[in-house]
Design a protein around this ligand. Structure first.
Ligand SMILES: Nc1ncnc2c1ncn2[C@@H]1O[C@H](COP(=O)(O)OS(=O)(=O)O)[C@@H](OP(=O)(O)O)[C@H]1O
Length: 179
């Protein structure tokens, strides 16, 4: 009798554990579906000013957005400069578009360096990544000796402490505040 009671208790707890796991999984799944659609960059100022929402997800979102913004800005700039140079250049653009089916600005973009795309002052061209007490300060000081290097005086801690401030803070405020 006692044996039967124990086995039915075990069965009940196993069933309960199973149901609990399933409901937990469903909750987690729903949470992911609902909240992973939102952006990791919560700085509306940046999004509103610079570019439309990106379709990329997770960590890729930031880079995707950067690329979208840059492409858009460069496309406008290229179109404007072509218009200033005269109708023949605009005709060239249209010819390339018509003949290859690809975008003229996209072709130009491929041949541009990162500094040309984003502007040399906008975002860092290099990052020093390291653990605490790993000697990153020494690496920075050695690199800083080069006359073409413009580096921050202190660490901006963008990725670990100031990520929510967005790229506007990272590209302008962090650099201006320290140099
Ligand atoms: N080349 C070399 N060889 C041996 N040790 C070195 C070297 N360069 C830096 N250091 C030592 O690294 C410590 C500082 O590292 P960080 O600048 O990365 O520290 S920090 O986390 O940014 O504060 C710091 O150690 P402590 O003095 O014990 O703090 C430095 O003395």
């Amino acid at each position: 009798m006692a044996h039967r009671f124990l086995s039915s208790t075990n069965r009940f707890s196993a069933r309960f554990a199973f149901m609990f796991t399933v409901s937990l999984s469903c909750t987690y799944l729903c949470y992911n579906i609902i909240f992973c659609r939102s952006t990791i960059m919560t700085n509306q100022g940046y999004e509103g000013k610079r570019c439309p929402p990106s379709k990329n997800a997770g960590g890729k979102k930031l880079l995707g957005k950067l690329d979208d913004c840059a492409s858009q800005e460069v496309r406008y700039a290229l179109h404007d400069s072509a218009a200033q140079r005269g109708p023949s250049d605009l005709r060239d653009q249209q010819k390339v578009r018509a003949s290859s089916g690809s975008n003229w600005a996209d072709m130009k973009l491929k041949n541009m360096t990162v500094a040309q795309k984003y502007g040399s002052k906008k975002l860092p061209n290099a990052l020093i990544v390291g653990v605490k007490k790993g000697g990153t300060r020494a690496v920075l000081e050695f690199i800083r000796i080069h006359p073409d290097v413009r580096a921050l005086g202190t660490e901006p801690h963008f990725f670990d402490r100031n990520y929510d401030r967005g790229l506007d803070w990272y590209s302008l405020d962090a650099i201006n505040a320290i140099v």
